[in-house]
Design a protein around this ligand. Structure first.
Ligand SMILES: NC(=O)c1ccc[n+]([C@@H]2O[C@H](COP(=O)([O-])OP(=O)(O)OC[C@H]3O[C@@H](n4cnc5c(N)ncnc54)[C@H](OP(=O)(O)O)[C@@H]3O)[C@@H](O)[C@H]2O)c1
Length: 284
């Protein structure tokens, strides 16, 4: 995995390269954004210079995300769009139907990245991975990957797949020590994509992040996101506010020192997950 800079019409965008994919290091998360707000935020993000949008069948917003992408006026190859197939649709036929439905809603001929959203222990992974690979071979997805896979599941998926898996998307922010999941993902050359990268807004007002931010003329959220991108971790913060959209993208004109990075890393605990429900896999 390595860091690259891709020249775009507007600016240089930092990307993470992994197993043949080049993933823009900052994307817009869209969970919970709906309808016109969602379309407007996607379009505004792309006009600001974002080149990566994260959605999922489960978010119920793919029509709006697609509308925002189309309204941005960018060419198809200038935007990196990720979608995901939900846990209930991991049997091969359901998987294929879900992926095709997503493309129809997005009004796109293919997505850049298609992910298994959450593992489902009651559906054999071999069939799901087979369907995921077929989507790539059929040209419906440029790249494929997984989400919420723990180290054991990553190994299982890598053994089963016939196409490269380019990322594992999981919860990652300064309050969570996700080092085991990060190491297991990178061991297989896959990119780490951090969801809930600003801990669903909880970092706001954090004493350490705010103090470090002051020294750089940046906000706690920017320090939090910089902490991740400085480790080559892709971040997909979500916001419904155009001011914060700009703030969350402005991460490249400053750098954190080794001492600052260590201080932020010390905020993390293995029990710091926010996104928890009965289907959450253990990271161990
Ligand atoms: N694969 C998965 O299972 C999975 C699970 C969860 C999330 N995701 C993806 O990851 C994306 C991001 O995660 P998330 O939505 O859970 O949480 P997040 O991006 O960590 O946090 C979003 C929250 O932070 C606030 N916020 C945004 N920018 C801010 C800033 N600069 N300062 C202070 N507060 C700020 C937002 O409020 P405002 O809207 O008011 O700005 C919102 O309430 C999702 O949208 C989704 O695309 C994937």
């Amino acid at each position: 995995m390595r860091h690259v800079h891709v020249a775009s019409r507007r600016r240089v965008i930092q990307s993470v390269e992994a197993n043949g994919a080049r993933i823009p290091i900052v994307g817009l998360g869209t969970w919970d954004l709906r309808g016109k707000t969602c379309a407007r935020m996607v379009e505004a993000a792309l006009k600001l210079g974002y080149r990566h949008i994260d959605t999922a069948a489960m978010y119920g917003n793919e029509e709006a995300v697609g509308a925002g992408v189309h309204d941005s006026g960018l060419k198809r190859d200038e935007v990196f769009v990720t979608t995901k197939v939900w846990q209930s649709d991991l049997a091969p036929r359901d998987f294929e139907r879900s992926a095709k439905d997503s493309l129809a809603k997005l009004k796109l001929p293919f997505v850049d990245l298609l992910l298994i959203h959450w593992p489902n222990p009651s559906i054999p992974l071999a069939g799901t991975i087979g369907a995921l690979c077929k989507m790539k071979r059929d040209g419906l997805a440029r790249h494929i990957g997984v989400s919420n896979f723990n180290p054991a599941l990553i190994e299982e998926a890598v053994k089963l797949t016939t196409e490269p898996l380019v990322c594992n998307q999981f919860e990652c922010h300064p309050y969570l020590d996700a080092s085991k999941a990060i190491a297991a993902t990178r061991k297989r050359g896959m990119a780490v994509v951090a969801y809930s990268p600003i801990a669903r807004g909880r970092i706001k007002g954090d004493a350490v992040l705010t103090r470090i931010g002051k020294a750089h003329g940046k906000t706690a959220a920017q320090v939090c996101l910089r902490f991740l991108v400085q480790q080559d971790i892709v971040v997909i913060p979500r916001t419904s506010d155009t001011g914060r959209l700009k703030e969350n993208f402005d991460l490249f004109v400053f750098a954190l020192s080794a001492a600052e990075m260590n201080e932020i890393a010390a905020l993390g605990s293995p029990k710091g997950r926010i996104v928890q429900w009965s289907g959450s896999p253990d990271w161990e």
